[in-house]
Design a protein around this ligand. Structure first.
Ligand code: BGC
Length: 899
């Protein structure tokens, strides 16, 4: 058997991260090795600044020596103190179950960023309001639009290099959005940097290796800065820029040039930079972009450009208190997938309707040939009205309109600092323009997380459902997990995100993305201990002067998401970091609810939002989540070794469970409000005694048949629905719900053309058309939480609380209606695959489990016999009618005989 080889080296959840802000980065690897039951018994990590030496197993910074351990996730660096702006390489070797040692893995790189605020010698700069040296900036009050959105600011600075450069790194960020240029080239491939954080507290900077962009002699560095989340329009209010954070965008960047002789030179932003406006008349996330190509200044980002008409930038201190300039934790936002837009029809004068075929978040690239001064207008929408016109009522006041003014000739336009949620484009063209004269391409833009999961089965509708879930995730994971990408909202709603977390984490590697968002959640927590409804938290008119404090199920994400991060990625560091905030939230709830029924401090108290039929009792809903959080806290306390906490939360959990049953469980076994969600929560969160579970299941089934076999829950019940039914031995009913095509169901939306998950079951119905109410996103992920069921139970790849990423549960639920199912999930410990297929009365089940991972297998009662091809089955146990056994790594083919 070959040695176990470490692969997929991650540092702080990322491949080759740039600009880390920690002196103790953590290392993760997967292991490759043929055969079964492969285990790591020891490892050795080597870290150093010279790649070749590291590859040979010598490190200038750290040699852990042989450590006897099976751990391979998030091992903390413990070498020489790391400095800012360093490039390091690391490698790892592993010993297997026989004590055979591997060679060193191919080294991976990581880079430290500017770890201290004092490392920032550059200054924040803004376009000056007061003209220095007689060069007059344009009036700030002249706007070209009713919303007074402002032109983007262009900055530049030239410098000379007289020696050969060994390495150059630029660290940059903006209050606003920026695009960095060096010698005529856009730096990096990310867009919408620096992303959204609470700019009152922190802004993230990005690091780019620009060694190859520099030249000996004259160089020019430039930046375009737009308003973005900092001072453009965000969320629900049509407020003028500045009402959430600041009123003037600002830029800071610092280029570190390291010469062959080791000396370092820094070029940073300061008053020596000049600024101007150019072709971006305005660019706003919600309104769209207006671009007047006639105003372009070719060559502005190259050396030897005549900037005599530009004026001096001003050094500013952006807010009453300058925000912390923090390293990027998340993943960059990038352009990922393109869609050719198909011309459909003309709609009114000069309006051409195009269709991408897929609802996305992003923007449209417009290619055209037109005379100077011709104006093109692109409006974006998710659907068409019955009369063929663009449906925009659901955008509320988000204009989602891009305007392009031609400079003459062939041209390509791509807006920079705006994103639209759309499938259709209405292009207004100058009269006489034929549809063939323009080319429109939809460009999807989102936080570019590595793909983690694949899912396919023998049912087309379910495959479309899976695709809709993935696209809804792509459409909404943009720096923060937003509720929707199209209307004037786009906020990081905590409730939606915690419900969707598991589905999302199967689809993509969300570790770094959520790690960053947990910082936003922490930044938002109020002095009294309240997590908020949204993070980054903003005060919007409806709730002023307070930020919206978290409702049950929403604020609770501050406890639930750190736990999910631990379950999936084994990240104890997250638990440690979030622990105090989690406790403060539970303190606040307990302080206000002495009888352990959660009626107080429930703030907006949304409940099982967007359910159909009768609403679930809100105290029941809140209390159930409280119990669930207390249970999580018991786990957290155990892992962190906090014995007192553990005792406290055990008592809390017991008291809440008791209070729940006393307050909500009626004599006939019904729960208050008698809704699907009520039973799902009680069963899913383990709030009933064994004796009461059967009758609760009976009532749950009854509430489904009363709804003619349909789902009725809102966004919270939905995550539990299929999972709980399967857990209670009624996978048949779970599949019934999953495969329904009549209203309300996922299938209904798909039958009616959905390519993303709708916000509400009744977003469109034949009788009423689109919901007339003002809240009707067609791209909202919460009801897509069922994606977790597809991976975890249909395919059977299940993440378990105590698994910490390396121990799994395999519990597939084959169903003839699907015929076959094939899924994979690439965890940080390696790739897991599960595929089953009916062959007559047999189900063939193929499983692959990565080295150093183990799984418990559990097969349903319907499986009467199990054999393992070419081998004897590991000791099987029969428990509660279920067949159980454990397996180690390797590839297996089981034959299951199903009744
Ligand atoms: C958002 C939801 C959110 C809800 C809170 C809506 O406007 O779109 O996703 O959870 O408000 O009730």
């Amino acid at each position: 058997m070959s040695a176990l080889m470490p692969i997929d080296l991650r540092c702080e959840h990322l491949f080759e991260p740039q600009g880390l802000n920690t002196r103790q980065p953590r290392f993760t690897w997967a292991l490759q090795g043929s055969g079964r039951n492969r285990r790591q018994t020891a490892y050795r990590i080597v870290v150093g600044s010279d790649r070749n030496e590291v590859e040979a197993g010598h490190g200038s910074h750290w040699d852990s020596s042989r450590v006897a351990s099976d751990e391979s996730l998030l091992i903390a660096y413990a070498g020489r103190r790391l400095r800012s702006d360093e490039t390091l390489f690391w490698t790892v070797q592993a010993w297997d179950e026989q004590g055979v040692v591997s060679g060193f893995s191919s080294p991976a790189m990581f880079r430290t960023g500017l770890m201290e605020q004092l490392d920032w010698t550059a200054h924040w700069i803004s376009r000056s309001l007061v003209p220095p040296g007689g060069r007059t900036p344009p009036q700030d009050t002249v706007y070209d639009n009713p919303y007074s959105a402002r032109p983007a600011d262009y900055y530049r600075r030239e410098f000379s290099l007289d020696r050969k450069v060994k390495r150059a790194t630029v660290y940059a960020t903006a209050l606003g959005l920026y695009e960095l240029h060096l010698n005529g080239t856009v730096v990096g491939d990310q867009v919408l940097a620096p992303g959204w954080t609470d700019y009152h507290k922190r802004v993230e900077y990005q690091s780019y290796d620009v060694t190859r962009l520099l030249a000996t002699g004259r160089n020019a560095m430039g930046a375009i800065v737009g308003e973005g989340w900092y001072c453009g329009r965000v969320a629900l209010d049509q407020k003028r820029a500045g009402s959430h954070y600041g009123s003037r965008p600002a830029l800071i960047c610092q280029l570190h040039i390291e010469y062959e002789d080791g000396s370092i030179e820094i070029v940073g932003t300061d008053a020596s930079w000049t600024c101007s406006n150019e072709a971006i008349v305005y660019s706003d996330l919600l309104l769209g972009e207006k671009y007047d190509a006639r105003l372009e200044q070719p060559g502005w980002d190259r050396p030897d450009f005549d900037d005599a008409a530009w004026w001096g930038a001003e050094e500013t201190s952006p807010l009453p208190k300058a925000p912390l300039i923090d390293a990027t934790r998340g993943v960059p936002v990038r352009r990922t997938v393109e869609f050719h837009a198909k011309y459909l029809h003309a709609s009114g004068d000069g309006k051409l309707i195009f269709d991408l075929g897929q609802n996305i978040a992003g923007y449209t690239r417009l290619e055209l040939e037109a005379p100077r001064d011709a104006v093109f207008l692109m409006r974006h929408g998710e659907a068409l009205q019955p009369d063929g016109q663009l449906y925009t009522a659901n955008l509320r006041w988000a204009l989602a309109t891009d305007t392009y003014i031609s400079k003459g000739g062939r041209q390509v336009f791509e807006p920079r600092f705006t994103v639209h949620g759309y499938r259709y484009v209405e292009l207004t063209v100058p009269s006489g323009t034929r549809p063939e004269a323009v080319k429109l391409t939809g460009v999807a833009v989102h936080s570019d997380m590595p793909v983690a999961g694949t899912f396919a089965c023998g049912n087309d509708m379910l495959n479309q459902l899976h695709s809709n879930i993935v696209w809804t995730q792509r459409g909404n994971f943009l720096s923060v997990p937003t509720d929707c990408p199209q209307r004037d909202e786009r906020m990081g709603w905590l409730g939606d995100a915690q419900v969707f977390f598991n589905a999302a984490a199967y689809n993509m590697d969300t570790a770094a993305f959520f790690d960053k968002w947990l910082v936003d959640i922490g930044d938002a927590q109020t002095a009294e201990g309240a997590f908020t409804d949204v993070a980054p938290s903003i005060v919007y008119t409806r709730f002023a002067p307070n930020p919206p404090r978290g409702a049950p199920g929403w604020g609770d994400a501050g406890v639930i998401i750190p736990w999910r991060m631990y379950e999936r990625y084994g990240d104890i560091g997250v638990l440690d970091r979030c622990h105090d905030g989690m406790v403060r939230w539970l303190d606040l709830i307990e302080r206000n609810n002495a009888d352990y029924v959660r009626r107080n401090a429930v703030f907006s108290n949304w409940g099982d939002w967007l359910c159909l039929g009768p609403a679930t009792s809100k105290p029941l809903f809140g209390t159930a989540y409280w119990a669930y959080m207390a249970e999580i806290m018991i786990g957290v306390a155990g892992i962190l070794g906090r014995r007192q906490d553990e005792a406290r939360f055990k008592a809390m959990h017991r008291d809440i469970r008791r209070a729940f049953r006393q307050a909500f469980l009626q004599k006939d076994g019904r729960l208050e409000s008698d809704t699907q969600c009520a039973y799902l929560m009680a069963l899913g969160f383990g709030l009933l005694d064994e004796a009461d579970r059967d009758s609760a299941l009976g009532h749950l089934l009854n509430s489904i048949s009363v709804a003619d076999g349909h789902i009725q829950t809102g966004i919270h019940g939905i995550r539990l629905a299929c999972l709980v039914l399967a857990e209670c031995g009624r996978a048949d009913v779970a599949y019934d719900l999953l495969l329904k095509k009549t209203y309300p169901s996922w299938g209904f939306s798909i039958e009616n053309g959905a390519t993303t998950i709708w916000e509400r079951w009744d977003g469109w119905t034949p009788e009423r058309g689109f919901q007339s109410v003002n809240m009707n996103s067609l791209n909202h992920y919460a009801l897509g939480a069922v994606g977790e069921f597809l991976y975890a139970r249909v395919a059977g790849i299940e993440i378990v609380p105590a698994g910490a990423g390396r121990r799994l549960l395999l519990r597939p639920l084959p169903d003839r209606r699907l015929g076959w199912c094939r899924a994979s999930y690439t965890s940080h410990a390696g790739a897991i695959a599960s595929a089953w297929e009916y062959q007559d009365d047999m189900v063939l089940w193929d499983v692959t489990l990565p080295a150093n991972c183990t799984a418990s297998v559990e097969l349903p009662e319907t499986v009467t016999d199990v054999t393992l091809q070419g081998d004897t089955l590991p000791g099987m146990r029969q428990e509660n009618g279920l067949k159980r056994f454990d397996i180690g790594s390797g590839t297996y083919r089981f034959a299951l005989r199903a009744s």
